[in-house]
Design a protein around this ligand. Structure first.
Ligand SMILES: [Zn+2]
Length: 465
């Protein structure tokens, strides 16, 4: 007797895409059955014509709660995740205070445990460079670590203490400390010195239009940071993951070091794959993101880097801000906080790319779910539809369309989502299940705060198979 039986769907598994019935029990996938196999369950769902995928795992996500609830709360932003078919978010350590000590990890874990509608993992910031802090955060269950190679954004230092290491000495020490833990260090790679250089050049002109944002941080800023960091890592030997690779130059630099036997991976984000600097001109401060939106050639190079494996994941960098914060900067791009929402469009964007022939369905699933789970030690509990895996599933309709209307989004930052507003994707998220429970169905949130579970990376010995 199963809890739930999902009949008639086509399932994307690590071993291919097949028509299968999926039986769930006790929050896990209990069995994959030949279609129509007699079986009993408390509830049966008929999903003929639909696909069943492992829920998306967003390995780069920001709520920043509990400070600044007007930007978004754990509840609002994980409801947005559920609506987007994202069943696990990896929350970055930007918060007030910054998630850089074991005590802050504990308090955020408790907050997310009370409020989250989907599963969550937490990154720690190793920037205090205290071994006790780093070890203690591992004991509290962080999934990995994160640093910025730049100073904190202007006026926001309070959220970044312990996260920003603009100097090489600090960067090297972070690599060395995290290497000892065996965890992955995620790096926001932009060169602080070059950034200051280009910003000064642009500011001297007196301009403050949207285009100056890209001009103040061109691709070389990103490529140099990656080269410097990975060159240091030849001595420090940490597992490194480059966040939000945005340019052809950055992808090419990453590719060079991947050939050297170093354990280094990278991600990009949907906004770099779908938009360019023309969209920054179109929506202004609402598309101010670090690194900035680039040119068409960069966009094409990123798709190629996904196909050839240079980049192994697509993550959102979902960053809610208030409309007031973005509006204040409408006539002065320098004054806008960087970041935009996007968790509700991640899976839709990648499935639409399947429709357009840019990726196979299996590649899309790997990029938004399986590969992230593998990289951070969660696979096959997460990132796969296999017997024994957690029942974090998304049921999608690849024949339907979704048009983004910002007013109807779940994110508190819905009115900031001008990049995607009006865009139509060939795909629809029908139903999202977290731990076997339906949390989103046919456009409606049906889960509850607290449905999400804390995801702790497990040691290899605990791997289910
Ligand atoms: Zn980020």
């Amino acid at each position: 007797m199963f809890d739930l039986l999902i009949r008639g769907g086509t399932v994307v598994t690590p071993y291919g895409t097949h028509p299968l019935d999926v039986a769930l029990a006790a929050g896990r996938v209990a069995a994959l059955l030949e279609p129509g196999t007699p079986a009993e369950a408390n509830v049966t769902l008929d999903v003929h014509g639909k696909h069943i995928l492992p829920g998306a795992i967003d390995i780069h996500f920001h709520v920043r709660a509990p400070a600044y609830p007007e930007r978004g709360t754990v509840a609002s932003e994980t409801r947005a995740a559920a609506a987007g078919g994202v069943t696990t978010v990896f929350e970055m350590p930007i918060s007030k205070p910054c998630c850089a000590t074991p005590a802050v990890v504990r308090s955020r874990r408790e907050l997310f445990g009370r409020e989250a509608y989907v599963n969550f993992a937490l990154y720690g910031a190793p920037g205090t460079l205290q071994e006790d802090d780093v070890r203690g955060m591992v004991d509290e269950g962080v999934v990995g670590f994160k640093i910025f190679m730049t100073e904190a954004p202007k006026g926001r230092a309070d959220e970044f203490v312990g996260l920003c290491l603009p100097d090489e000495g600090g960067q090297y020490e972070a690599l060395r400390l995290v290497a000892k833990t065996g965890k992955v260090l995620v790096v926001h790679a932009e060169s602080d010195e070059l950034l200051n250089h280009f910003s000064a050049l642009v500011k001297r002109t007196g301009r403050n239009d949207p285009a100056t944002h890209g001009e103040s941080r061109p691709p070389v800023v990103e490529a140099v940071a990656i080269a410097k960091l990975l060159s240091m890592n030849q001595a420090a030997r940490a597992k490194v993951h480059i966040a939000h690779v945005s340019s052809a130059a950055a992808a090419e630099t990453l590719r060079l070091y991947q050939g050297s036997g170093m354990d280094v991976s990278g991600e990009t984000c949907p906004h770099y794959l779908l938009f360019t600097e023309e969209d920054l001109a179109r929506v202004g401060s609402y598309a101010k993101i670090n690194p900035p939106l680039r040119q068409k050639g960069d966009r094409d190079a990123l798709w190629e880097a996904l196909r050839d494996g240079t980049l192994m994941a697509v993550a959102t960098d979902h960053s809610p801000f208030t409309q007031a914060e973005k509006e204040r900067a409408k006539t002065d791009i320098w004054a806008a906080p960087p970041g935009a929402p996007g968790v509700e469009e991640l899976l839709l964007g990648m499935l639409d790319a399947v429709h357009k022939g840019r990726l196979t369905l299996e590649q899309a699933v790997a990029l938004v779910s399986t590969n992230g789970a593998q990289r951070f030690g969660l696979y096959p509990r997460k990132g796969a539809v296999l017997p024994g895996s957690d029942a974090d599933l998304v049921i999608v309709d690849l024949a339907a369309e979704t048009t983004i209307r910002k007013e109807t989004l779940q994110t508190e930052a819905r009115l900031c989502d001008l990049l995607y507003d009006g865009l139509t994707f060939k795909a629809k998220v029908d139903t999202t299940l977290v731990g076997g429970k339906v949390v989103f169905d046919q456009g409606v949130i049906v889960g509850r705060a607290g449905d999400g579970q804390f995801v702790r990376a497990h040691e290899p010995k605990e791997v289910v198979s």
